[in-house]
Design a protein around this ligand. Structure first.
Ligand SMILES: [Fe+2]
Length: 459
């Protein structure tokens, strides 16, 4: 195969030399330019198969340079980026840049990106798709030193740019610069996600005891979402279940007397993914309800919190496009698939030895209703597991109060009123009353009318 020629435009002599040696060792022919003007002249006269330039080099900015080159002829242009160039990176992508390499440049990544841009046969990476990544809300991202994973941001379509290499320190200040630039999510490869979870759990354990109630709640919520994501991404294994157990223990400890159930909604609504946030929310509110009705033995609280976390685990087998649609827009077949999640959940949990039967029952029965109209079996109230009846109340509440494709996110009062009006026959009144009490609302008794009759409890 003909040797490919790479034009390197790099003003810094040391960096230029470094790139030259990396590329020469990888069997490329290299032409060097100290700035874009010289680079453009070479580009106009010589045979060049690809160009590598710094995005924010002195002289013409990388974005403009890309536009000029692309007007002359269509040759792949690769930009070297660093975090301070985030805006330029986005513009460069729009200007037609074909690939990005994070600075300091690593050999493997450089060769990977060039090979991908040149369409060389040995490319295996550098062309990741959405399904290869998981995302983390930048506001929740847990920083660390010598991170064990690469971190990416997403441009448009399925284009990702690596912004931190494994082994680097990812500081709070650095993540703050992403927030300031309106980056919403950071991404990492699913294959690296376990390492991130391990890191979060370590940080979590070290910091938990020292935090106040609000910070504890926020950290538990974030860890919960990470755990949920891991449960959805990976198979349920002893390892992932152990992670969920550690989360549940912290969750039960963080649901304390001083917890503000109203503020909790705000924390939970600031989520990276409503599917994960919903399960974490059901776990939180389920635990609050259990404490409210004084079912406070450790095994009970554990089963409620774990049941809440796992209740929708069957959805991991369902096409995400279905999960993202509002219920009213589902076809009959899609609705049938969605409604199979309690049975799927039971089957998933049964594969792992050691999961308490009560938790499996909760997962299987959380869409049963007391009037016998629920799924999958239409069980009557007495035949539904009490903890499933409790979590069913938490589940319905979270569907109404949290933002999702089906709900704009009602206030707790509106949500509970709606439940009293529409679901009073299907939800267990004991837990419905307990839910109102958690929010310092007094549910009217059955002799009065239901709609809008809440009385603020005197505290
Ligand atoms: Fe469900």
């Amino acid at each position: 195969m003909k040797v490919k020629t790479i034009l390197v435009v790099e003003p810094d002599a040391k960096a230029r030399q470094h790139l030259e040696s990396l590329l020469t060792n990888a069997q490329f022919k290299v032409v060097l330019a100290t700035d874009e003007i010289i680079g453009q002249k070479i580009f106009e006269t010589d045979v060049v198969d690809a160009v590598i330039a710094e995005i924010n080099a002195s002289g013409i900015k990388g974005v403009e340079f890309t536009r000029i080159l692309k007007k002359i002829r269509q040759v792949p242009v690769i930009m070297m980026t660093q975090i301070s160039d985030l805006n330029e990176t986005l513009q460069a992508y729009e200007a037609g840049v074909d690939g990005f390499v994070a600075k300091p440049v690593h050999k493997e990544e450089l060769i990977e990106v060039i090979s991908a841009c040149l369409g060389l046969a040995n490319v295996t990476e550098g062309s990741f798709k959405d399904q290869d990544f998981c995302r983390i809300n930048v506001h929740d991202f847990v920083v660390g030193t010598q991170i064990k994973y690469d971190v990416y941001i997403k441009l448009t379509g399925q284009k990702y740019v690596k912004i931190a290499h494994r082994g680097e320190d990812l500081s709070t200040e650095r993540v703050d610069t992403y927030k300031a630039r309106d980056v919403q999510y950071l991404y990492m490869l699913k294959s690296d996600f376990k390492k991130y979870v391990g890191h979060v759990m370590e940080r979590h354990a070290a910091r938990f005891a020292a935090l106040d109630s609000a910070a504890r709640t926020s950290l538990v919520k974030h860890t919960g979402e990470v755990i949920m994501q891991q449960l959805f991404v990976d198979d349920l294994s002893e390892e992932t279940y152990a992670g969920a157990k550690a989360f549940v223990e912290n969750m039960v400890a963080s649901v304390t007397e001083d917890m503000d159930a109203f503020k909790l909604i705000a924390v939970l609504n600031n989520h990276a993914d409503f599917i994960y946030a919903h399960s974490v929310a059901v776990s939180f509110y389920g635990t609050l309800l259990a404490k409210q009705v004084k079912w406070t033995s450790s095994p009970n609280l554990f089963k409620v919190a774990m049941g809440g976390l796992l209740h929708d685990i069957g959805k991991k087998e369902i096409d995400r496009a279905i999960l993202l649609k509002p219920r009213v827009e589902l076809t009959a077949e899609e609705a049938r698939q969605l409604d199979s999640h309690p049975l799927r959940g039971r089957d998933i949990l049964c594969q792992l030895p050691g999961i308490p039967t009560d938790i499996i029952q909760i997962v299987l029965q959380h869409h049963e209703d007391c009037a016998g109209q629920g799924r999958p079996f239409g069980l009557k109230k007495e035949r539904i597991h009490p903890l499933a009846r409790l979590l069913s109340v938490a589940d319905t509440f979270c569907h109404l109060a949290l933002k999702s494709p089906d709900s704009a996110g009602m206030s707790p009062k509106e949500a509970i009123e709606r439940m009293l009006v529409l679901h009073r026959g299907s939800l267990d009144p004991v837990f419905l009353t307990a839910l109102a009490e958690v929010f310092h609302l007094e549910a009217p008794d059955s002799r009065t009318q239901w709609r809008g009759l809440f009385i603020k409890k005197a505290s």
